[in-house]
Design a protein around this ligand. Structure first.
Ligand SMILES: Nc1ncnc2c1ncn2[C@@H]1O[C@H](COP(=O)(O)OP(=O)(O)OP(=O)(O)O)[C@@H](O)[C@H]1O
Length: 308
């Protein structure tokens, strides 16, 4: 198993109850000649109150990992033990198929890139529906929706439909919906991908606050470098494994974080790295078009592997 140096910050300072413990997690799509191993023998421990950001190149297995963590995709092998707020522990990977919907409702809140709100319902109704599914009905569900909207700063937009809300507001409604079942674990797939810089930052800070105030465990998969500001740990996934990278570069063309192993180009005294040969060529053809935000960030070590 790949298990180098990933001991969560909270665990190092003072032991806290573990929220998610992943061991030997592997996912292979297809079989034989067409087999793709998307996640390979991954170990990971995340404690409550911790925000873990998983980054990595396109196709490195990030979404596959997140889907498995949330019991939306069956692993090929390995275990994912989730400790609930009441201390109960369940191995998501070992649960029978028919138990998974209830398990998801109990344990996880999901936040997606495209918000995934129902356009026919108001903001409050979108959240109330999720509360209903988690067992809170009628007036109590409506009240819960309003309380959650207030938490994300949108109480005044309760009656608005998603089409009447900005992208940032829609994503905050989606965050409130993800909290409807009061899950110990929040999972977010590219939550800021459709937001501008300032809204993306607001969303990142909101997630940080939810982890701190509620002792939730939050796993974010993203290419967005802004999310690093709010993460306790940044894990770099490459070819389905966590890897330690010492410096992270920002591709000036697509603005994605890339490791030092990416295609390189020396320009104006800077050592630039790219996510692909395509981005590198695009840059070389017309360097003036692109904004170079960061070169290497010495000291910004990104750890790989597991908390044992
Ligand atoms: N349903 C599937 N069937 C076969 N292969 C798949 C399937 N889903 C993903 N893969 C493959 O598994 C690997 C990991 O994919 P995954 O979507 O998890 O990567 P990712 O890191 O999330 O990528 P991106 O950053 O581009 O979203 C890729 O090689 C992908 O082509």
């Amino acid at each position: 198993m790949n298990a180098p140096n990933d001991v969560p910050r909270h665990e190092r300072a003072a032991p806290a109850p573990s929220a998610v413990t992943v061991r030997g997690l592997t996912k292979a799509y297809g079989r034989g000649a067409t087999e793709v191993v998307a996640v390979r023998d991954v170990d990971l421990t995340i404690v409550s109150g911790e925000v873990v950001l998983v980054m990595g190149p396109s196709g490195s297995g990030k979404t596959t990992l997140l889907l498995m963590l949330g019991a939306l995709l069956r692993p090929t092998s390995g275990s994912i033990v989730v400790t609930g707020r009441d201390g109960t522990r369940v191995d998501v990977a070992a649960e029978p198929e028919k138990a998974l919907p209830a398990l998801r409702t109990r344990s996880f809140g999901f936040i997606f890139q495209d918000y995934a709100l129902l356009d026919a319902l108001t903001a409050a109704e979108n959240i109330a529906v999720a509360a209903n599914l988690a067992g809170t009905k009628g007036a109590a569900a409506r009240q819960r929706a309003l309380t959650l909207l207030e938490r994300v700063g949108l109480a005044h937009r309760a009656a608005a439909r998603p089409t009447e809300l900005s992208g940032g507001e829609q994503q905050r409604v989606a965050v409130a919906r993800a909290l409807a079942n009061d899950p110990p674990v929040l999972l977010a797939d590219e939550p800021t991908a459709n937001l501008d810089a300032s809204r993306g930052r607001d969303l990142a800070r909101l997630l940080r606050r939810l982890a701190d105030e509620d002792e939730r465990c939050i796993v974010i998969v993203s290419h967005d470098d802004r999310l690093r500001e709010v993460a306790d740990r940044v894990l770099w996934l490459e070819d389905g494994r966590f890897k330690t990278v010492t410096d992270l570069f920002i591709d000036p063309v697509c603005q994605m974080p890339v490791a030092a192993t990416g295609p390189a180009f020396e320009w104006a005294g800077r050592s630039l790295r790219f996510c692909s040969a395509g981005c590198r060529s695009e840059f070389i053809n017309d360097p003036g078009r692109f904004r170079i935000t960061t070169g290497g960030q010495p000291g910004a070590e990104i750890t790989g592997g597991a908390g044992l």
